[in-house]
Design a protein around this ligand. Structure first.
Ligand code: PLP
Length: 391
């Protein structure tokens, strides 16, 4: 299988980890030699309920036997998408009542950027340095990391950058600004949380000048930070909320959510302002519904903060300089890049899955399934400490 992987499938780096997967269950991925790998990454925050959660798997099976796809998005009335968007609206602030379901996080960002331009009639977008919003051309344009985007220029015009948590930059947002896009907690930058009411101040400025605030919760959303959505920690309701990743228990999905009146601007002049064949796919929507019900009908969200405390207690070592992030979106900031590489690669050999962050070379990602047990956390943390002790 390895040979065919290298020959026929595109790799995204010259050195993929190349774990040969047989199956996955709960917090473990099993390789083709029968080894169990403890998963502290959860498909980069996508497998929020662990692998093959029975409630999600059953919902997928039930739906696939009824109908898997019938029509492009937005034309027919299909129960899974209607039930899902209705439940989601009941859990969000009143202004976030209408959801546009798409196929990935980056497509949801594209939709949000288009909506901000269409609704305001303006073109300027503000984004944050070291921001990551995905990899299609619009998302790349608002990525705050030149090294990863210069090869693909020219990108969208009229994109400006401010530094996350830098209040002095807020005044640059003006009546010319269509939208400000921020991750509620910056991911690729190193799990940077907002400080000193930064998001509330940005919210206020956006309201003053008529710009739309877009919050990207593709990673922190769906319980990962100890609230259903991370913006609930920061007294800041966005005009457009962008979600994805953990939303469908491991299936591909994204969505942007806004008020009915904002969303209606995509229906006319021009009609079909954003369209997609598979957005709102009934099988995916059924998985979304089962995932959201499981997250909200159990103690998973509250337990996230207990589990964070356990990680922080167990992961004390002189080579760990800081633990950033919130809930089960944690980054170990270690001494330097060599320590990070050593830890991640040795852990991989010892069958503990850790990973890098995109733009912070000293960071080691810990974003396990929300369903991970205290025993599994303890075992994985002991392994991390033992690897660091041997460095
Ligand atoms: C904050 C954030 N925004 C956007 C994306 C892009 O989502 P996708 O990979 O589903 O296109 C990601 C994915 O890592 C992300 O973490």
């Amino acid at each position: 299988m390895k040979e065919d992987f290298y020959k026929h499938q595109t790799q995204t780096t010259p050195h993929p980890l190349a774990l040969e997967v047989s199956h996955a269950k709960g917090s473990y991925i099993y390789d083709t030699d029968g080894n169990a790998h403890l998963d502290f990454v959860a498909g980069v925050s996508a497998c929020s309920l662990g692998h093959c959660h029975p409630r999600v798997s059953q919902a997928i099976k039930d739906q696939v036997d009824l109908y898997a796809h019938v029509m492009v998005y937005g034309e027919y009335i299909q129960k899974p998408a209607v039930a899902y968007t209705t439940l989601l609206a009941s859990l969000l602030p009143e202004s976030l009542e209408t959801t546009y379901l798409v196929n990935s996080g980056t497509e949801a960002i594209e939709g949000a950027l288009k909506l901000a331009r269409r609704a305001t009639g303006r073109t300027e977008i503000f984004a944050a340095t070291h921001a990551y919003h995905g990899n299609t051309m619009g998302s790349l344009s608002v990525m705050g990391y030149e090294e990863r985007k210069s090869a693909f220029r020219p990108l969208l015009p009229d994109v400006r950058f401010l530094q996350f948590n830098d209040e002095s930059a807020i005044a640059a947002i003006t009546e010319k600004t269509a939208g400000v896009i921020l991750e509620t907690i910056q991911g690729g930058a190193g799990f940077i949380v907002p400080e000193n009411n930064f998001l509330t101040k940005i919210r206020k400025r956006c309201s003053e000048v008529g710009a739309l605030l877009i919050l990207d919760e593709i990673q922190p959303g769906f319980g990962r930070t100890g609230k259903l959505f991370a913006f609930e920690h920061y007294n800041c309701i966005p005009d457009i909320l962008v979600i994805g990743k953990g939303m469908a228990g491991g299936l591909p999905v994204g969505a942007f959510v806004a008020s009915r009146s904002l969303m209606q601007t995509l229906q006319d002049a021009p009609k079909l302002g954003h369209i997609t064949t598979f957005g709102g796919n009934p099988v995916i929507a059924a998985a979304c519904l089962a995932t959201l019900r499981e997250i909200t009908e159990t103690n998973l969200i509250a337990d996230t903060l207990e589990k964070e405390r356990l990680f922080r207690t167990l992961l004390q070592h002189k080579l760990i300089k800081e633990i950033r992030g919130k809930g089960l979106m944690l980054a170990l900031i270690v001494e330097d890049l060599e320590v990070a590489n050593h830890l991640i690669l040795t852990a991989a050999k010892e069958k503990l899955i850790l990973f890098w962050l995109l733009f912070e070379p000293k960071a080691v990602r810990i974003s396990p399934p929300l369903t991970i047990s205290n025993q599994e956390i303890t075992a994985g943390c002991q392994q991390i400490i033992s690897i660091l002790n041997q460095y």
